[in-house]
Design a protein. Structure first.
Length: 134
């Protein structure tokens, strides 16, 4: 994170949705660390402008490693997305499921967005990947 108090896309990928057929899609996953302090920290996984996953515990997730993941599948009308954030690998901080209206003949952007309210070192995203599901 390079600034405080605003959403910042730390990792960002473009995906060509035309490559996917019905019931195909992708997984987007990031992992990292929330710093050991009581500052407010927010992490979001954003798919084509839609926040699909965000942490429920924004006030003082303290010294917690996290994994945030969303799965997006092409359905008949919309995309189905399911996602979660795990703290310390075991405690589910949030879980979400939603329909996302995507143009499956376009290129979209997915991103891991961080908002460290106080210090740029409060959120460290260490790895990110996209996995196609075919």
């Amino acid at each position: 994170v390079s600034a405080t108090g605003a959403d910042e896309a730390v990792f960002q990928f473009d995906i060509d949705l035309a490559e996917f057929s019905l019931n195909e899609g992708f997984i987007f996953e990031v992992s990292g660390l929330f710093a050991a302090n009581s500052n407010t920290k927010t992490l979001k996984l954003v798919v084509d402008g839609n926040t699909t996953v965000t942490n429920a515990t924004t006030t003082a997730p303290n010294n917690d490693y996290f994994v945030a993941r969303v799965t997006v599948l092409k359905a008949n009308k919309y995309a189905m997305s399911n996602g979660y954030i795990l703290l310390e690998g075991i405690a589910a901080d949030t879980y979400g499921s939603m329909d996302v209206n995507l143009d499956w003949n376009s290129i979209i952007t997915v991103s891991a967005t961080a908002n460290a309210a106080t210090a740029i070192t409060d959120i460290q995203i260490q790895a990110a990947y996209i996995q196609p599901l075919k």
